[in-house]
Ligand binder design. Structure first.
Ligand code: HEM
Length: 206
């Protein structure tokens, strides 16, 4: 019951950026270039949700708040949701489904290919986010597949660093947060490897 209420609260909180965007759109608050505003806002939130998803495991271990695992999948799905909005803004509002324009743009601005790769990698994660998929794939395989989120994060940050022309501060801040979250995983992996294998007790033959 408590987890259900937490999930509802997290979902409502996760929809605030979209609600703010809709509010601004209805009240003429999207600035001189509304498409650019929407692209930037949805891109930012995609990255924020990816980093939030990646921070749940360390946060859960450090604070021993084990219930946090119950919202991780949902936060990941919101990353995908904002990624879809970001992608849709580009192909619909920005390029109006004009394939020629898109090909020309991609050739001119290769950072779009990097963003696109990050987005494509999120698709199998979103498709296998159900309890049924975990059962079908088996816990270990599911975990292996879901490590793709590390690559998504790296490509997402690379996409941002690449597209910025002058002030690199914001993408680098995201990069630092991502590096810390990935280093945490490396640290855990190394310490697990170093642990001595627990010997199985010798069976008595008597
Ligand atoms: C996981 C996937 C992605 C992430 C995390 C991401 C993230 C971002 C971020 C953070 C920004 C800059 C926001 C700002 O300036 O505040 C951005 C801008 C942009 N993204 Fe993405 N993006 C992704 C996928 C894509 C895809 C699939 C496309 C198009 C096919 C795309 C096209 C763009 C464009 C055109 C801009 C604006 C560039 C400019 O200002 O000149 N992105 N994205």
């Amino acid at each position: 019951m408590k987890l259900r209420l937490t999930k509802i609260a997290v979902s409502l909180a996760a929809l605030i950026p979209l609600a703010r965007l809709a509010w601004r759109a209805l009240h003429g608050g999207l600035g001189a270039n509304p498409i650019e505003f929407i692209t930037h806002s949805t891109g930012d939130w995609t990255l924020i949700f990816i980093l939030t998803t990646l921070s749940i495991t360390p946060l859960r271990r450090i604070t021993r708040q084990y219930w946090l695992i119950g919202v991780r999948r949902m936060v990941g799905l919101f990353a995908f949701f904002y990624g879809c909005l970001h992608f849709t803004t580009y192909i619909w509002l920005d390029k109006f489904f004009d394939i020629h324009e898109m090909v020309k743009d991609i050739a001119k601005r290769p950072f779009i290919t990097v963003g696109f790769s990050a987005f494509v990698l999120m698709i199998p994660l979103a498709l296998t986010s159900t309890a049924w998929s975990i059962r079908r794939l088996g816990g270990k395989n599911w975990q292996r597949l879901h490590r793709l989120i590390y690559l998504t994060g790296i490509l997402g940050v690379a996409h941002y660093i690449w597209l910025v022309k002058a002030d690199l501060r914001k993408p680098l801040e995201y990069g630092i947060v991502l590096s810390m979250l990935l280093l945490y995983r490396v640290g855990v992996w190394v310490s697990e490897k170093r642990k001595p294998a627990i010997p199985t007790p010798a069976r008595s033959l008597v």
